[in-house]
Design a protein around this ligand. Structure first.
Ligand code: NAD
Length: 443
């Protein structure tokens, strides 16, 4: 990579704490925000690259930020005002891409961090996209289907000026799903007067979705973990896995692990967790959740807390719920050999340092959970061409990209003598910096 610094990292990096990681500025015990995490990671990784300070400042800054407040008529006739965001972080390598989150804790800073991670993620897996993210401050579970549709259609209308198949393509994230993508696509298409399927990805199959998209993130996590095991010479079959979060990413990761011959010994969601040292029957648990609306009460496992899950002795811990779950207060309890980040930003920089010191391998989010955006890219390509692929082709291409990306990151980490997160960031930021340099500054 032409843009890498020639000097060895030990020489070129300022290490205030002697470990290469800068101390987070938040007060002791305070929850660290995703934005602080994203900026701390960037500041650390950029020191390994020969990037002009002005370009570094540009790469650290979001290009475009839209905040919208809009009314929604509720079922009881009341009008409620909601706030949402859409942030484009960077478009040097192509149109911006990133999910839409519905959650009460959404904030502009969180959306900025998630948009920045999208830019590096797309660059790490080498797909021609920049990064974006969106969100609405809402608890979707408290809304009826009708209210959710009204909120989605109005939010889409508000952000319509800055989304398009050529410019910025949303997708699902926490709290959103294929139905919500269908409403977004329909709303945008109504404004245009014709169908525009490529404006969002993660849609249902019957309106231009891709086979394998729903499962792509979780599958991608396990393809990456399997490649990591191969690389380190560890035995994959029969290895023990603990998964935090049983939503789209967590439940598919658990199913994929089960199908690939691993033993899923612990699982959790926001209500609590389950443990069975002999392995949980994941398809049976998914069926139980479908019937009961919760994983709590499943009789073939003991109840555990989320803290127990994080501290579970196992081969692979997959945080697949949300940010900041492995942090300075619990990182020392982690006993897994490997942490595979299904969620975005689940490990804070302080926790990263602790895990590194303990010799625990962390497969970073921008590599590990990139399967979702890779198959979103496939969906967009299929929509543009109106030519659809078999699921087998999708999975095969996905696996090839995840394996190649893991190898790229691993090689970078080996050559530079750094952990996988730093290597992934150096690779991703380096590619975006190179594209910026090639394009030049306008005007
Ligand atoms: P989701 O809404 O489908 O599921 C989230 C899950 O996390 C739920 O099971 C919920 O109960 C659980 N959860 C929430 N808070 C928790 C807590 N404090 N402790 C334990 N469990 C908790 O969301 P998702 O789409 O699966 O996304 C999960 C994470 O993966 C997010 O960080 C998201 O940004 C990231 N991600 C998602 C995709 C995708 O394609 N959906 C792609 C890449 C990354």
């Amino acid at each position: 990579m032409a843009i890498l610094k020639a000097a060895p990292p030990e020489v070129s990096v300022k290490t205030p704490n002697g470990n290469g990681w800068q101390q987070n500025q938040t007060a002791e015990g305070a929850q660290e925000s995703a934005y602080i995490t994203a900026i701390t990671q960037f500041d650390h990784a950029v020191q390994y690259l020969n990037v002009d300070v002005g370009i570094a400042a540009l790469l650290k800054t979001c290009k475009r930020e839209l905040t919208v407040s809009f009314p929604v008529k509720m079922d009881d006739g009341q009008i409620k005002i909601y706030t949402g965001y859409r942030v484009h972080h960077n478009t040097a390598r192509g149109p911006s891409k990133g999910g839409i989150r519905y959650n009460p804790n959404v904030s502009l800073d969180e959306v900025r961090a998630l948009a920045m991670w999208m830019t590096w993620k797309c660059a790490v897996v080498n797909i021609p996209y920049g990064g974006a993210k969106g969100g609405v401050i809402v608890e979707p579970k408290k809304l009826s289907m009708h209210e959710l549709e009204g909120l989605t259609r109005r939010y889409t209308t508000e952000i319509a000026p800055i989304i398009s198949p050529e410019g910025d393509i949303p997708a699902p994230d926490m709290g959103t799903n294929p139905q919500i993508m269908a409403w977004m696509m329909d709303t945008y298409s109504m404004h245009r007067g014709y169908s525009v399927p490529a404006v969002v990805t993660g849609k249902p199959l019957n309106i231009g979705g891709s086979a394998g998209r729903l499962e792509a993130t979780g599958r991608g996590v396990m393809y990456t973990v399997r490649e990591a095991f191969r690389t380190y010479g560890w035995r994959f079959e029969g290895s023990t896995v603990a998964v935090q979060g049983f939503g789209n990413v967590g439940s598919v990761t658990a199913s994929a692990a089960h199908e690939m011959g691993c033993k899923v010994i612990a699982l959790s969601d926001i209500e609590g967790g389950l443990y069975n040292p002999k392995g949980i029957d994941v398809p049976k648990l998914r069926q139980y959740r479908k019937e009961h609306g919760t994983i709590i009460g499943f009789s073939e496992a003991e109840p555990i807390t989320n803290a127990d899950l994080i501290a579970m002795p196992c081969d692979v811990l997959v945080p697949a719920a949300m940010e900041d779950q492995v942090n300075r207060s619990n990182a020392h309890t982690v006993q897994a050999r490997m942490v595979a980040e299904g969620a975005n930003g689940p490990t804070t920089p302080d926790a990263d340092r602790v895990l590194n010191e303990k010799g625990i391998i962390v497969i970073p989010d921008i590599l590990c959970n990139a399967g979702g955006v890779v198959v979103s890219y496939f969906e967009w390509v299929q929509d543009m061409q109106q030519l659809f692929w078999e699921e087998e082709d999708v999975n095969h291409r996905l696996e090839r990209i995840m394996v190649r990306s893991f190898r790229d990151v691993y090689e970078t980490s080996r050559q530079m003598g750094v952990d996988l997160r730093t290597a992934a960031l150096v690779l991703g930021i380096g590619r975006v910096a190179e594209a910026t340099k090639t394009r030049g500054l306008y005007p």
